[in-house]
Design a protein. Structure first.
Length: 398
């Protein structure tokens, strides 16, 4: 039997070039440096693990191999370092000084920092492909750190257009429990210093955030359905109602506002100027249509039991007037309700709800531009009747 065979030349005949490449890659460690970071060394043993050989074409078109480092490994390393060296920028915070009539910086801005991951991968690959300088003992890569500008820097203040008071609202919380006052103080603080950009829609619930005991809120009375109950954050509608009144007098378009189901003494007079909230379904929203930023500042006066919201910005030449409130469709409240309460001594009575008649209330807001009426907004509230509620003690004395 005759055997037939063919001879063929090997595809790879000269690996001297790739051998030299590999020698360069493994010739010395690579040291990564950056301000505030301990130098990080990639040893030749690690480089050898990351080394890859890929098909390539030589100078004369002959097939060969090309050495390189696994980009996935380099990117993972760069991302790890990025987490170590990165920090966010600090935005400037401003406050309007009523006495001086100007905006002042109360918290200075600071730039943030991060690492350019893509550039880091390229720089390490480039350094690894070269022989180290004579007598250097290694190769050094200065990591490409990138400065992150704050969204709001100190120098941005004069351009915000915050030059005057454009709207103010005040409510009183006389007679509130200590827990309710605490909730008002904590809630109002979430809005102090908030900036609303031109064209932005303010959402009360967004800036309020979570209402939890961990944030300093306490249990107090809230309206729930046809009755009241104790819940964390009771009293926050005082905050939303005050924010609504400031928006009313600023003349900004009110996108969402809900009246309470029942009349609440804290918000009277005037009638029909309250705004309830219950995150996330029930919100208070208004739009900044002034063409400039609006700065919100809040003030809690414990001595006079009052809460004030002030909106600062640039008045676009308008004035605001109130027409009303107009009352209609009164509904008499029902008879008082008496509930047994075993926590009270027998014969003791405690009133926990005060009667209010039901009522429809309409308030009109007239917005004028250069003395001419340009908009008339209607704010309608339908309040259901509210019965007085008494707790009657049933506990027998021992």
């Amino acid at each position: 039997m005759q055997v037939v065979y063919w001879e063929s030349e090997p595809l790879l005949t000269d690996l001297s070039a790739v051998q030299a490449q590999v020698q360069r890659y493994l010739s010395a460690p690579i040291v990564l440096t950056a301000p505030g970071l301990e130098p990080r060394t990639i040893e030749p043993q690690t480089l050898a693990q990351w080394l890859t050989l890929q098909p390539a074409t030589g100078a004369e078109g002959q097939p060969t191999l090309s050495a390189g480092l696994d980009p996935g490994q380099l990117r993972r390393l760069a991302q790890e370092i990025q987490e170590q060296v990165s920090y966010p920028p600090t935005d400037a915070q401003f406050r309007f000084d009523d006495a001086a009539g100007s905006l002042v910086t109360v918290v200075d801005s600071e730039p943030g920092r991060t690492l350019d991951v893509t550039a880091t991968v390229a720089l390490v690959e480039q350094a690894a492909s070269q022989m180290p300088p004579a007598d250097s003992g290694g190769r050094t890569v200065e990591l490409p750190l990138v400065e992150i500008r704050p969204a709001l820097a100190n120098e941005d203040g004069p351009g915000l257009g915050i030059v005057e008071l454009i709207g103010e609202g005040t409510t009183r919380f006389t007679g509130s429990s200590a827990a309710r006052v605490q909730n008002i103080v904590v809630g109002a603080a979430q809005f102090d210093g908030v900036l609303i950009a031109p064209g932005e829609t303010f959402s009360f619930n967004y800036y309020l955030g979570e209402v939890t005991a961990e944030k300093g809120y306490e249990e107090s009375i809230i309206i729930w359905g046809n009755t009241t109950r104790s819940d964390v954050g009771g009293g926050l509608c005082q905050v939303s109602s005050t924010a609504f009144r400031a928006a009313f007098w600023a003349g900004v378009p009110v996108v969402e506002r809900w009246a309470h189901a029942f009349r609440v003494s804290y918000y009277e007079p005037p009638l029909g100027m309250d705004a309830t909230i219950y995150s996330p379904q029930v919100d208070l929203k208004w739009e900044n249509d002034t063409g400039h930023y609006i700065l919100i500042q809040t003030y809690v006066d414990r001595d006079n039991n009052s809460l004030t919201f002030r909106y600062y910005g640039t008045n676009p030449g308008r004035t605001v007037e109130m027409d009303g409130p107009y009352e209609s469709n009164p509904v008499a409240h029902g008879p008082a309700i008496y509930r047994d309460d075993p926590t009270l001594a027998k014969g003791q009575t405690k009133q926990i709800e005060w009667a209010k008649d039901g009522l429809d209330v309409t308030v009109y807001r007239i917005v004028k531009q250069d003395g001419q009426e340009v908009r008339r907004d209607t704010f309608f509230s339908r309040y259901r009747p509210w019965q007085a509620v008494y707790l009657v003690g049933t506990r027998e004395e021992q």
